[in-house]
Design a protein around this ligand. Sequence first.
Ligand code: HEM
Length: 185
Amino acid sequence: MSVYAIAVFLHIVGALGLFAALGLEWASLYNLRRVPTAGQAREWAKLLSALRFVGGPSALTILATGIYMTTTRWGGQGWIGAGLGGLVLIAVLGGALSGRRSAAIARTVAGETGAISGPLRQQLHDPVLVLSAWLRTALGLGVVYVMAIKPGAAGALTAMGVALVLGLAAGFPGWSRGRRAVAVP
Ligand code: HEM
C-alpha cells in the first residue's frame, strides 16, 4: 500500500470527523433549545464546547493530507483551491460565529440551577448559532461535491457559491424565528 493511498484514507477519515462534529453540533443545538432545566442544558453545552476537539484535529488532518496529495500528484487545480477556500471558510465561520457563543453559553450555564433563566434562554436561542451550523454544513457538502466531481475552476467556484446560497437560504427561516423568540421578554 502506498503512502498516497494512506493519505487518501486519512483525508476521508478527516472528512468523516468533520461531519461527525457537525452532526453532534446539530444535536447539541437542537437539545439546548428544548431542555427545561439548566442541569440538562449544561450537559449539552459541555458537548458543544468539546466539539472543537473533534473538528479541529479533523480539519488539520484534511489539510495536511490534502496538501500532501496536491503536491505529490495533482498540482494546482481549481477544485483544490475551492476546497481549500471552503475549509478555511468553515474554520473561520466556526470560530467567529459559534466558538465564542458556545463558550459564553458554557460560562452562563455553569452558574445556573433549576429552570433556565431568561438571559440563558436568549443565548441558547441566538439565531447566529443555527445560521452558522447551516452555513458550515452546506459548505462542507459543497467541498465534498468538488472533491468527488473535480470540476474546472469555474465549476468549482459555482458549486461553492451554490452551497453558500443554499446554506444561507436554509438558515434564514431559523434566523427570523430565533430573532422573534429572543425579542420576547
Ligand atoms: C472540508 C474539507 C474537505 C473535505 C470534506 C474533503 C473531502 C474529500 C473527499 C471525500 C475526497 C475523495 C474524493 C475522490 O477521490 O473521489 C477528497 C479528495 C481529495 N481532496 Fe479533499 N476534502 C477537503 C478539503 C481538501 C483540501 C483543503 C485539499 C487540499 C489542500 C484537498 C485535496 C484533495 C485531493 C488532492 C483529493 C484527491 C485524492 C485522489 O482522488 O487521489 N481536500 N477530498
